[in-house]
Design a protein around this ligand. Structure first.
Ligand SMILES: Cc1cc2nc3c(=O)[nH]c(=O)nc-3n(C[C@H](O)[C@H](O)[C@H](O)COP(=O)(O)OP(=O)(O)OC[C@H]3O[C@@H](n4cnc5c(N)ncnc54)[C@H](O)[C@@H]3O)c2cc1C
Length: 397
């Protein structure tokens, strides 16, 4: 028997049934989200039994909108962005059935937080240069090395981790990808403070950490390909999130503009209008990207969305300071904090201005994204890469 076609009306009926059975305003968040997962209404394009209905991804927005209109809870993207945006699609694509069953539901309900152990001192933009070693030992692997800039490692139970498992082959081969238990012996998380004063990210030291082979994602030596899936999704997750018109930072500044006429000058009006138009263009481009994504895997176009997101956040937070003058510069909260729910929009204008600086570094720097757009979207000549065929162990460092 063939599966009946899933339509927007059918999904809407399922959403209303779930809302009737679980009052979204009084059911505990994890319980509500668990029920949404079990009904296949979490990420509807995922397979049945894994929070989805194998439905067209394009219908997700309508489902989300209907839950939002009913006041249903969602996960905080500051806390769960890496789990939802990067770990989940990678687990689905490269994990086996046991991995799917163990990890996807608590990730969706927010009961388990994820972090991303990719960057290392000496391997950021050039991720394939990484040196954290994974050595096979029977049914498990022993991992040693250091990661850096690991957002929310202090809150995470699980990490997506890329390692070097064979140093004798060129750098893009010989990498292997794992799920790492952040509570395992040998995992040490040390805070790093940012320009804002808070420690949103960390250094992570891995010393003799044992990871069962069953927590490997993809084939041994195929970690680069697995990491590409994560990174493509990361750029879309950062740059292409659904926003209402005047959502995000442009909304904050536009509100101040309307409420504080005494701050207005003709020059600032011109800047605000230009940025408003740019923000709207970026929002609509993000919408198109999501529709494109509905038709398959995210492409390099996600890099353009991430690039625009970083540039706009820096320009808008700069304009906000200009608009507020001395008042905007007041930022004196240097207390040491390790946030559990980081938020760009929370805090003061001074906080936003400082935090936005990281937007053009995290998730791939703007220079690297321009390279990707030049090579893979515009078809311009590739950057010269002289180390492509050199064994990783022979690379100069
Ligand atoms: C707020 C924040 C959160 C982060 N969270 C995480 C996390 O959770 N997990 C994680 O793994 N990492 C995380 N990162 C790390 C981030 O992904 C890296 O910092 C980033 O990839 C850049 O690497 P790098 O710092 O080693 O800089 P480098 O690679 O050393 O680059 C230095 C400069 O050189 C430029 N450059 C390098 N190569 C080229 C090239 N080929 N062409 C042109 N320009 C080039 C870069 O664009 C940059 O301007 C985070 C970073 C920030 C700021």
């Amino acid at each position: 028997m063939s599966t009946p076609e899933i339509t927007e009306t059918g999904l809407s009926t399922a959403v209303r049934k779930l809302l009737a059975e679980h009052d979204p305003t009084s059911t505990p968040v994890a319980e509500f989200l668990g029920a949404r997962y079990d009904a296949g209404l979490a990420w509807i394009h995922f397979p049945e039994g894994l929070g989805g209905l194998a439905a067209p991804r394009a219908l997700q927005q309508a489902v989300n909108d209907e839950f939002a209109a009913a006041g249903a809870p969602t996960l905080d993207p500051g806390r769960h962005g890496i789990g939802l945006g990067m770990a989940a699609p990678t687990l689905l694509a490269f994990g086996d059935a046991a991995v799917h069953q163990r990890f996807l539901r608590p990730l969706w309900t927010g009961e388990e937080v994820w972090c991303q152990l990719f960057s290392e001192p000496g391997a950021g933009s050039d991720l394939a240069a990484l040196g954290t070693r994974a050595v096979r030992d029977g049914d498990s692997w022993v991992v040693d090395g250091q990661k850096v800039w690991t957002s929310l490692a202090h809150e995470a139970q699980w990490a997506i981790l890329v390692t070097r498992s064979d140093p004798t082959v060129p750098k893009h081969r010989g990498m292997t990808y794992f799920i790492c238990d952040m509570t395992a012996p040998g995992v040490e998380v040390r805070p790093l403070r940012q320009a804002t004063g808070e420690a949103e990210f960390n250094e992570v030291f891995l010393t003799g950490v044992r990871i069962p082979d069953s927590r490997r994602l993809g084939e041994v030596g195929d970690g680069w390909r697995v990491a590409q899936t994560t990174l493509m999704n990361e750029r879309v997750a950062i740059g292409g999130s659904a926003l209402p018109r005047e959502g995000g930072l442009i909304g904050t500044v536009a509100r101040t503009w309307r409420e504080r006429p005494e701050l207005r000058t003709p020059g600032l009006q011109d800047s605000l209008l230009r940025l408003w138009v740019d923000a709207e263009a970026a929002r609509l481009t993000g919408e198109r990207l999501r529709q494109q994504l509905a038709a398959g895997q995210p492409g390099p176009e996600g890099s353009a969305a991430k690039l625009a997101f970083a540039r706009l956040n820096q320009q808008i937070s700069g304009l906000e300071l200009e608009l507020l003058g001395g008042e905007g510069l007041v930022y004196d909260d240097w207390t040491f904090r390790r946030p559990s729910h980081p938020s760009m929009e929370g805090g003061t204008p001074g906080y936003r201005y400082l935090r936005a600086k990281g937007n053009s570094i995290e998730g791939g720097t703007s220079e690297i994204l321009r390279n990707i757009i030049a090579e893979r979207v515009l078809g311009l000549p590739q950057e010269i890469r002289v180390d492509k065929d050199v064994a990783w162990k022979d690379l100069p460092r």
